[in-house]
Design a protein around this ligand. Structure first.
Ligand SMILES: Cc1cc2nc3c(=O)[nH]c(=O)nc-3n(C[C@H](O)[C@H](O)[C@H](O)COP(=O)(O)OP(=O)(O)OC[C@H]3O[C@@H](n4cnc5c(N)ncnc54)[C@H](O)[C@@H]3O)c2cc1C
Length: 389
């Protein structure tokens, strides 16, 4: 495995670093105080800055107007995104990778404006009764002439305030079979209703509202991919998303450590730097070990994905990376809050914000328990050596 960076990869990482440090980090506190809601013009400025930095849609292939980054390159960028709180990286225009499978007309209507920062999409799978187990989805799509009629309820539909379409996963009945199928649904279609827009533990630009879809009629051209193709279209992408989470968590840990070490080496109590108390420096040393391990696991998973390794092994490696990095990052945030003492409990302190924000990384894109299930199954089916080797 060769994890060294080419000059082009170093330049990409530097572009992402500068965008995070010079554009996003300076507005973190203002953003927190505004409860995650920036004036529309400020949001547009951030999107423009991301486009100018060459970051918009980097994860998507060049053929559809993306940046064509390898998974390893995506990791280099997401490590930088992790170094800002508020999920502010979500201002970088982009689109869910599943839209790569869009028809030319769907690309023109949804994908291309998303990459220009003009449209915003959400991905709606989860329902009140179906979370970790997506096989039990109740949302249905029923054929009616050349249309489909969709009924159901979707929760945690993530996107910014001005999100205007969602990719809905619905079940199409075919005899006894229920075929998971994707549809592009505009928010202004008759029958689409946002039922509740709750607040969450974190302060992010993205909201996570609940939607009711009642007799929503869409043409067949709104179908994304084939009937029953939802899992095939989305599975690879979920694996990459897990690798992204691992990368952002290791970036978050690096920033937390930097802040913690900086503070502990200048704060004096009992006539000594608190860093000289092992009760303070050892948790930081543990976090340094965790950060390095999380980074390596994540980069390894990305490297394997790029080098065409067995997809099942990549899947297990992505779960290892997401599980380890998200659990370690939350612990790291807790340790660094402790290092700061009372100052660590203030919302102005990035450690406080990270402690709230990193919690969700153990829940979304498959909970830690689901990652353990994937890893355990892989240990049995593919063998210990292939999973940890
Ligand atoms: C902020 C946020 C944003 C989100 N964004 C989106 C989005 O954009 N689109 C979308 O579709 N979804 C989204 N989700 C939903 C997210 O993917 C689910 O919350 C997650 O998959 C877990 O489902 P659940 O909440 O229904 O929990 P459940 O599946 O009910 O699980 C509850 C608990 O039981 C455990 N559990 C379940 N099954 C097992 C098992 N077999 N073995 C051991 N333990 C198990 C879980 O790990 C968890 O601890 C979001 C969630 C949050 C919090």
């Amino acid at each position: 495995m060769d994890l060294s960076l080419t000059p082009a990869q170093q330049a990409l990482r530097e572009r992402a670093r500068r965008f995070v440090v010079e554009v996003l980090q300076p507005i973190e506190i203002e953003f927190e105080r505004a409860r995650g809601r920036l004036p529309a013009e400020r949001a547009r400025e951030l999107r423009r800055a991301a486009i100018e930095a060459g970051l918009a849609g980097g994860e998507l292939p060049r053929e559809v107007g993306g940046g064509g980054w390898s998974v390893f390159e995506q990791v280099l960028v997401h490590e930088q995104y992790g170094q800002v709180t508020g999920g502010l990286w979500s201002y970088v225009p982009g689109a869910y990778e599943v839209l790569v499978h869009a028809s030319p007309e769907q690309r023109r209507r949804y994908l291309e404006p998303s990459l220009r920062g003009e449209r915003f999409g959400a991905y709606a799978v989860t329902e009140p009764g179906a979370g970790s187990d997506a096989r039990t989805l109740q949302t249905t799509a029923v054929r009616d002439g050349s249309d489909w009629v969709i009924n159901g309820e979707k929760w945690f539909v993530t996107g910014p305030d001005n999100t205007d379409f969602m990719v809905v996963q619905a079940m199409v009945a075919d005899g006894d079979a229920r075929l998971p199928t994707l549809f592009l649904v505009d928010y202004d279609m008759p029958g689409v209703r946002m039922a509740y827009d709750p607040d969450y533990m974190h302060t992010f630009a993205d909201r996570h509202p609940q939607f009711v879809l009642e007799d929503v009629r869409v043409p067949d051209t709104a179908r994304l991919g084939g009937v029953g193709a939802a899992d095939d279209l989305a599975n690879e992408w979920f694996v990459t998303e897990r690798i992204h989470i691992g990368a952002r968590c290791s970036g978050a840990m690096q920033r937390l450590l930097t802040l913690g070490v900086e503070w502990a080496t200048q704060r004096v109590q009992f006539g000594e730097r608190i860093f000289d108390f092992q009760g303070v420096s050892f948790p930081l040393a543990n976090s340094a070990a965790d950060t390095s391990a999380a980074r390596l696991l994540t980069r390894e998973a990305a490297w394997l994905a790029d080098s065409g390794a067995d997809r099942k092994v990549v899947h297990a490696k992505a779960s290892l990376a997401k599980l380890f990095a998200s659990e370690a990052a939350f612990t790291c945030a807790d340790r660094v809050v402790q290092v700061f003492g009372g100052r660590g409990y203030m919302r102005d302190n990035p450690a406080e914000r990270y402690l709230r924000e990193l919690r969700v990384d153990r829940i979304w894109e498959g909970t830690s328990e689901i990652q353990r299930l994937i890893i355990a199954r892989s240990l049995e089916r593919r063998g210990v050596e292939r999973v940890v080797g």
